[in-house]
Structure formats: structure tokens, C-alpha cells
Design a protein around this ligand. Structure first.
Ligand code: SF4
Length: 333
């Protein structure tokens, strides 16, 4: 461990220098407003930077402060989140905004960590970037970079490994806490990349990275074996009647909880609803499940009362439909 600390200590300065010269110009960089940093960090969870860029600006325009977000309805928040996925993030953001609007944004790690939807990583990122506190933010990207740097073969899917590296980082945190936190993320995002070859020739650590010096970059990080995703066959109905389309709200628990959707189920019931006008297959991949969908555009026999019937304009404006159903949206017109 002593050796790892020394390697890491030596790595801080070159990394900060590299970051200063190479960081990408991203819309959430350069602010110290904890609200904005929080929104960006929640959006960036499990989501690519390119996808987040447009949402971030639009979301802040709509909800420029925690108070504005707290005063919005859940429906409005979901609508602003539509297509970004992992909707529990939006629900937690909304819940947390109500707490922040009442008490102000928490000023320390424990307070930030206690907000709904905020884990150790996000709390660390917010505290170091907004307040300059030496709070490590360690996710899979940072662990990949650090286990390569120190040629550490521990399984990065295990919490103990994350805790050990957080402790290690605390030992070496420089006074530029926010820059350091972001520089680790940035190196993982654009140089020490996950799949394929890390771009060691561009890396500020190429003369000190133990994995690279041994020519063993591909050995790190070590992961647990992945479980195969569960495959679910689903039948989806886009029911149309007199220019209106049927929507239904999902239950309060589980995948896509509380969002609107086209009626669907595990059995093919298209004939029950009316005359099938078109059919197509689509697939959507969630973290642990894959939906293999057969969609039907159906001329509905009646306005089935169990559904909400809305025009395409109303759907576009007020009802958040998850991107799992994107393939069938073109029928809504
Ligand atoms: S030298 Fe290569 S493997 Fe090591 S940290 Fe840099 S990019 Fe990653």
C-alpha cells in the first residue's frame, strides 16, 4: 500500500497539469454552484456526456434553482427528463429539491450524501467541485484509471476496493480538490478509456503507470463475471382512435415506475383491441433486462376506459414516454 501511495502522490501534479491543458469544454465546467453541479452529476450517472449536454442546458433553463425544481410537478420534471433514462434519478432530484428549497443546499459531505439519490460518488464530486473539499469521488471510471496506475488486481466491482481507493485518494488530495476530482474523471473518459486500448501515448502517467510499464494495461481493471441480462418478450399496443392515442401509467415500483407508456403485456392481445394496421419489432436494453418487443399499431374498437387518451400534441407536451418505446412513437401522429 505504501508503494501505491507513493505512485499516486507522484501522479497528482502531472495529472493536474494535463487536465489544465486538455480538459474538454463542457457546459457544467467552471461553475461552483452546488445546484448546477448536482444536476450535472445526477444526469451523468450511467449516461454519456454527449447525451447529457443538451438536457443539462434545457433543464437548467426550465428549473434554474432548487426552488423552481421543487415547485414543479412530478409530471413536468419527468417531461424534462424524457429520453434520458433511469427515471428514478428524476424522481429523487425532485424529492431532494424540496428538501434543498426548505433548508438550503447542504454544505458538507454528510449533508449532501443524505439527499435522496445521492451516493458516495456523487456526494464526493459535488463537495470537491463546489466546495473544494477533499472528498474522493470514486466510480468505475476512476477505479479503472487507479488500478491501472498502481497495477492493482483487486476486483473493482467489490465495495471494499472502492473504499480502499477512496482512503488512498484522501492521503494525496491536493488543495485543488475540485480540479483533481475532475481530472481523474477526465483521464478515464478520454485517455484511459474502458474498452479497447487505453491511449497511453497521450497519458500524463505513461512514465509512472505500473500497468503500462509492465505492458499489462489489458489486465486491469479486474471485474466480477457479468450475469447475463434477462430477456423479456413484450407486446406493445399503439391504440389509435379519432386522432387520440392510449396511454397508461406504470405502477409506483420497479422499472420505469410512475412513467407513461403504451399499453403492453406478456401475451399478444392485439386482436382484443381492434384492427391491426402495422407491426414491427424493436429491442431495448436496460441494465439487467432486455425487452424484445413486438409493437402493433391498432385502430381501436372503442375508447377503452382503462387508458388515458391523448392527442399527439398533448403527448409531446405533457406525457413523458421512456425511450424504451421510441421505436413505436413514429406511429403517434
Ligand atoms: S499509461 Fe495507459 S494504462 Fe496507464 S493510466 Fe495512462 S492511459 Fe491508463
Amino acid at each position: 500500500m505504501q508503494n501505491a501511495i507513493q505512485v499516486l502522490k507522484n501522479a497528482v501534479e502531472p495529472l493536474l497539469k494535463w487536465y489544465g491543458e486538455n480538459k474538454r469544454d463542457l457546459p457544467w465546467r467552471g461553475t461552483h454552484d452546488p445546484y448546477k453541479i448536482w444536476v450535472s452529476e445526477i444526469m451523468l450517472q450511467q449516461t454519456r456526456v454527449e447525451a447529457v449536454k443538451g438536457y443539462y442546458a434545457a433543464f437548467l433553463q426550465k428549473f434554474p434553482t432548487a426552488e423552481a425544481l421543487a415547485n414543479a410537478s412530478e409530471e413536468e420534471v419527468f417531461k424534462a427528463w424524457e429520453g434520458l433514462g433511469y427515471y428514478s434519478r428524476a424522481r429523487n432530484l425532485h424529492k431532494a429539491a424540496k428538501i434543498i428549497a426548505e433548508r438550503g443546499f447542504p454544505r458538507d459531505f454528510e449533508g449532501v450524501r443524505a439527499l435522496p439519490g445521492v451516493g458516495d460518488y456523487t456526494a464526493g464530486a459535488i463537495c470537491s467541485i463546489a466546495y473544494g473539499l477533499p472528498c474522493p469521488a470514486v466510480d468505475g471510471n476512476v477505479l479503472r484509471v487507479l488500478t491501472r496506475l498502481t497495477a492493482d488486481g483487486r476486483n473493482i466491482d467489490e465495495n471494499a476496493t472502492r473504499i480502499a481507493f477512496s482512503a488512498l485518494l484522501r492521503e494525496v488530495y491536493p488543495k485543488e480538490a475540485g480540479e483533481f476530482c475532475q481530472s481523474l474523471m477526465e483521464l478515464g473518459a478520454i485517455v484511459c478509456v474502458p474498452n479497447g486500448e487505453p491511449m497511453c501515448a497521450l497519458c500524463p502517467w505513461q512514465t509512472m503507470c505500473l500497468a503500462h510499464l509492465a505492458g499489462e494495461e489489458e489486465k486491469f481493471p479486474v471485474h466480477s463475471e457479468k450475469k447475463a441480462r434477462k430477456i423479456e418478450e413484450i407486446f406493445v399496443y399503439v391504440l389509435k382512435k379519432e386522432g387520440k392515442f392510449a396511454l397508461r401509467k406504470r405502477g409506483k415500483k420497479g422499472l420505469l415506475a410512475g412513467l407513461w407508456e403504451f399499453p403492453n403485456g406478456a401475451e399478444n392481445e392485439s386482436a382484443i383491441y381492434g384492427k391491426v394496421l402495422a407491426e414491427k419489432r424493436a429491442k431495448h436494453i436496460f441494465t439487467h433486462v432486455e425487452w424484445h418487443m413486438t409493437g402493433y399499431l391498432v385502430e381501436a374498437a372503442e375508447f377503452f376506459p382503462q387508458f388515458l387518451w391523448a392527442t399527439p400534441e398533448e403527448i409531446a407536451q405533457s406525457y413523458a414516454l421512456p425511450s424504451a418505446f421510441k421505436a413505436f412513437r413514429e406511429w403517434v401522429k
